[in-house]
Design a protein around this ligand. Structure first.
Ligand code: IVH
Length: 795
């Protein structure tokens, strides 16, 4: 081990730099260096201390996270007992407090240090020769618990004090809090990762300090606010009296030494001054970075404090003036669900009305079904409601003793309270959603907006505002109603909107025939945009329906494979899996959507109002391979029925009805393992499962019947490879490919000797050159179109 003086100097320099950065950041709120430079210095110091272990001092900023304590926290006797405060709730009580001091001291209008009352955990810190040696909880006021290791992890708690006027022994009192923003961020993270959220910032602070492993505490966003300074009796005689005589000066000193002191502390005089402070802080309470539960008034004169003394465990010179509580107990009357604009379901607690933080609360959020399970709440329970800041009131816990015999467990309703469509669990396994996207009034504006959007039906001019007014005034209840709007409807809507907004309609300002025209021009434009969208491509319409998980590319694939809305809207969900890239989740989502009567009614409405699929066609012949009974069985997600087992059953039973009707032992005779057979029997016992299988089997057969025949006459291009290059104008490349494939061709991406013919559109490049080079037939677009009109064998 080298005792390198250079290293010692460098360690001191780095420590100063880091302490200074902490001070600037936490106390002055005026950072001097970047986070990156801070980390760099900290790492350099760590490296130095590893190389020269004798340089590692307990007050080094590298020593904030130590090792776990075993078992319990050691008891600590406070050098100066930690008193509590007398409480006041009314103005009268505050006036009495001031009057008592005035009388006892024979002073008039004494001044007070007035401070927020932090809603955290009281802590006492001991510094010897300016170095943090121990910190303890309040405990019973006389003896607390040693939580030094955890306190060291609190980033704004100084491990070594600044300045050369620090007495050799002091106790600093203050509060550990978890700032609200950090608390919310921490809980959001916990909820996302399935961890346990904290009930509130106060519990967060208290629980964090009681961790046996300081590495856990180090991950919690804690802060220390100092509000008191004591010279323990042991230091008497050694130390000259403190060089000040007011509490407010002590706070100033603490700030100089490196502690964070709240910016909200003031000096106030007389009971009117105190009450004014109380009201001012009360108004700002919701916007403060940390929770407070009142304000504290402290006689500023230390001599006055000594003279006042204390009664039992509370000083006569201080008073806590409490705000109305932010947590209250009340009865949970019911749990309803609310549907958001995208269909997300939020359970809401209906409560017996209760005053919380000065406001009557009757509803509180329960976030999601998992949260209800986690809290273990039942209807009829006594629950603790919390309202803090601007956040929506929430239920934080069940009052342990509050459960009465008649409390009822809650279950997610099967149907949407707004539109009656089915509620389904999201793939994340936590959130629930309403599947009535098109028909659910809660989702109406969102579904209209999506329907009209550029990549969907592309209705120009139908912006957010018109949507809100059309829906708000009742002209449009679903997307189908858009196609029934008249010019009069639109003008009337505009007039009502203008009236509501107090804006003067244009045709009143201007006059004559010209003005009337201007005022209705937008309406005519909107109507013609709506009209133009009547002739829709299937993929766009499918996308426009706003089915969860069905984006543009899935919509395109569905259109290509199934060809027609009539087929798609009646397809049982397992058959959607026949489209490459559509998995179970998307297939089920499609199924849920089309299962909802409301959604089907809206689709009927669209068709009745004249919406037509411009590019409907027969299903893709490529479907043929995937339409046998074995594949269907494997697609139905039947427990234990693997692809192989599904094939076995399909061979033995041939169709859904025989499989539903057969006895379990026949399944075993057919070769299924007993377990697989009984799992299947259990599955089919759910009537909706059996019905699904029968429906899906029928739909499968119908699809097969409607597929283009695969005989030589209808597939003249069987065995022929075609290549598409350049830009086509009448068809997209995908459409051309689809049509050629329907005739049996294989469509390849590059030209070779085996290529049958090349279709060259505009600006065809190297593929065309290659085809010419190899002497392969080249078709232009006209020839392709002519051929598609009258397909024939190429030979
Ligand atoms: S002074 C002798 N100042 O309130 C006076 N206490 O009800 C000792 N508290 O245990 C306390 N903010 O946890 C003081 N600005 C503040 C305070 C405060 C919160 C807490 C502290 C104490 C409790 C007493």
């Amino acid at each position: 081990m080298s005792h390198d003086p250079q290293a010692a100097l460098e360690a001191t320099r780095l420590r100063r730099l880091i302490e200074d950065a902490n001070y600037r950041y936490y106390v002055l709120d005026d950072p001097a260096i970047t986070d990156a430079d801070y980390d760099l210095a900290l790492r350099a110091l760590e490296k130095l201390e590893t190389e020269h272990p004798h340089l590692r001092t307990p007050d080094s900023p590298t020593q904030r996270v130590g090792i776990a304590v075993s078992g319990t926290f050691d008891p600590v006797r406070h050098a100066v007992p930690m008193l509590s405060l007398a409480n006041a709730f009314t103005d009268e009580e505050v006036k009495d407090f001031v009057r008592r001091i005035e009388e006892r001291l024979d002073w008039r209008e004494p001044s007070f240090s007035v401070e927020p009352k932090f809603d955290g955990l009281a802590i006492s810190l001991r510094y010897e020769d300016g170095v943090f040696v121990r910190g303890a909880t309040r405990g019973d006021g006389a003896v607390g618990e040693d939580v030094s290791a955890n306190l060291r992890t609190v980033r704004n708690l100084p491990l070594r004090l600044r300045g050369d006027d620090v007495p050799s022994l002091i106790e600093v009192r203050g509060e550990i809090v978890m700032p609200r923003a950090d608390f919310l961020a921490y809980n959001r993270k916990m909820l996302e990762s399935g961890g346990k959220p904290l009930a509130n910032p106060r519990n967060g602070a208290a629980g964090s300090l009681r961790q046996l492993d300081p590495r856990i505490t180090a991950q919690r966003p804690l802060r220390f606010y100092a509000y008191g300074l004591n010279l323990p009796a042991e230091s008497e005689g050694v130390e000259a009296a403190l060089p000040f005589e007011r509490h407010s000066q002590a706070l100033e000193k603490l700030r100089e030494w490196g502690f964070t002191i709240t910016e909200l502390a003031r000096i106030a005089t007389g009971s009117e001054g105190l009450l004014e402070y109380y009201r001012g802080i009360g108004e700002r309470r919701d916007g403060l970075p940390f929770d407070i539960d009142g304000v504290v008034y402290k006689l500023d004169s230390l001599a006055g404090q000594r003279e006042m003394g204390h009664v039992s465990r509370a000083p006569r010179w201080a008073l806590a003036h409490k705000f109305p509580a932010q947590e209250q107990a009340t009865r949970l009357e019911a749990i309803d669900v609310q549907i958001g604009r995208t269909g997300a379901v939020t359970p809401v607690a209906r409560l017996a009305p209760v005053q919380v933080g000065g406001v009557v609360v009757t509803n509180a959020t329960l976030h999601n079904a998992d949260q209800i399970a986690r809290l273990g709440v039942r209807i009829g329970d006594t629950v603790i409601v919390r309202r803090a800041g601007d956040v929506i009131p929430e239920i934080v816990r069940v009052e342990g003793a509050g459960r009465e015999g008649d409390s009822q467990p809650w279950a997610m309703p099967a149907q949407c309270p707004v539109c009656n469509a089915e509620l389904v669990k999201d793939e994340d396994g936590v959130a629930w959603r309403c599947s009535g996207g098109l028909s659910c009034p809660a989702q109406r504006n969102e579904s209209l907006r999506h329907f009209a959007s550029r990549r969907a039906m592309d209705i120009e001019g139908l912006g957010e505002r018109y949507i809100e007014d059309l829906a708000g005034f009742g002209y449009v209840r679903s997307v189908a109603d858009l196609y029934r709007l008249t010019l009069d409807d639109l003008l009337e809507m505009k007039r009502r909107a203008d009236e509501r907004d107090g804006t003067t309609p244009e045709h009143v300002v201007k006059s004559g025939a010209k003005a009337g025209k201007v005022a209705s021009k937008w309406a005519e434009n909107l109507l013609s945009a709506i009209d133009a969208s009547r002739n829709a491509q299937l993929a766009r319409l499918l996308f426009a329906l706003g089915i969860r998980h069905v984006g543009e590319s899935t919509a395109k694939a569905l259109a290509q494979w199934f060809g027609d809305l009539e087929t798609i809207r009646h397809l049982p969900w397992p058959l959607f899996k026949r489209v490459p890239d559509i998995g179970g989740e998307v297939a089920r989502s499609l199924g849920h959507f089309f299962d909802q009567t409301g959604n089907q009614q809206v689709i009927d409405g669209l068709l009745e109002a004249g919406v037509r699929i411009a590019d409907a066609h027969v299903p893709s012949p490529r479907l043929r391979d995937g339409l046998d009974f074995a594949v269907l069985l494997a697609d139905c997600d039947i427990p234990k029925l693997t692809t192989v087992r599904a094939a076995q059953v399909a061979v033995a039973f041939g169709d859904a009805q025989s499989l539903i009707d057969t006895a379990e032992h026949n399944l075993v005779t057919a070769g299924l393992p007993a377990e697989t057979a009984s799992a299947f029997v259990a599955w089919r016992e759910t009537p909706s499962n059996a019905a699904l299988l029968v429906r899906a089997d029928a739909a499968r057969r119908e699809l097969l019947e409607n597929l283009p025949q695969a005989d030589a006459a209808s597939r003249p291009l069987e065995g022929v490879t075609a290549v598409l290059t350049g830009t086509l104008s009448a068809l997209t490349r995908d459409e051309a490919k689809e049509k050629l494939e329907a005739l049996g061709a294989k469509v390849a991406g590059s030209v070779s000797k085996k290529t049958g013919f090349v279709v060259a559109g505009d600006a065809a490049g190297s593929k065309l050159d290659k085809a010419r080079e190899l002497g392969i037939q080249v078709w232009d677009e006209a020839r392709l179109l002519a051929y598609l009109q009258a397909p024939a064998s190429l030979a």
